[in-house]
Write a protein that binds this ligand. Structure first.
Ligand code: 6PG
Ligand code: NI
Length: 187
């Protein structure tokens, strides 16, 4: 293949040319604490929670995958709109999230059971080391847009997070972004 450019719009988060994946509430309902509130939102039109736009890169060792993620503002119950969250199938692969717009949080858990939450804001570049799962939330009132770079053969393991969730939830309490223990977390 030959070198090539894509163009990223920092306002809208589009990456062009790119392959767009859309996640609605119905696609991510199991990830939220308040599944009842998620069901109600699905009945009310099943709004979009986030989009990912991937550059076309071979999913092979040596290549770097890259994409933008756009998370819409919103909540389910008092929990902010979030991504599914995943470990990389190839656990030894790291990733960088560079925030272009909005206000977010990045929650990560390591295979050793450590949990960390980082702030995302325009200009923040978060390093996700190997062996750490990752999920993002939009805690602001506008779009959250960030750019991701990762080894193209990293892959996604969604099942672990879907099953156990994270030890912490990021919720709004009295208008403030608050991190609380996840009452549903087993172990
Ligand atoms: C990746 C990145 C990133 C992520 C999106 C959506 O490994 O591809 O971490 O592009 O996929 O931000 O998050 P989910 O994949 O968890 O839905
Ligand atoms: Ni990832």
């Amino acid at each position: 293949m030959k070198p090539y450019n894509v163009v990223i719009n920092f306002e809208s988060g589009t990456l062009d040319p790119g392959k767009r994946i859309i996640r609605k509430v119905s696609d991510v309902k199991n990830m939220f604490y308040d599944t009842q509130a998620a069901e109600e939102l699905i009945q009310k039109g099943d709004p979009m929670v986030y989009e990912v736009i991937y550059a076309d890169v071979p999913e092979e060792q040596g290549h770097l995958g890259h994409c933008t993620t756009i998370i819409y503002p919103g909540k389910i119950g008092n929990e902010y709109f979030l991504t599914k969250g995943h470990y990389h199938e190839k656990l030894s692969t790291a990733e960088i999230y560079f925030c272009l717009r909005g206000q977010g949080r990045l929650i990560m858990e390591s295979t050793d059971g450590d949990c960390e939450v980082l702030e995302m804001f325009p200009g923040s570049a978060s390093y996700i080391p190997p062996n750490w799962s990752h999920r993002t939330m939009n805690v602001g009132k506008e779009l959250l847009v960030f750019y991701c770079i990762f080894p193209a053969d990293a892959g996604h393991d969604y099942a672990t997070i879907e099953e156990q969730g994270y030890p912490k939830l990021v919720v709004e309490i009295d208008g403030k972004v608050t991190v609380i223990d996840n009452p549903k977390r087993k172990n």
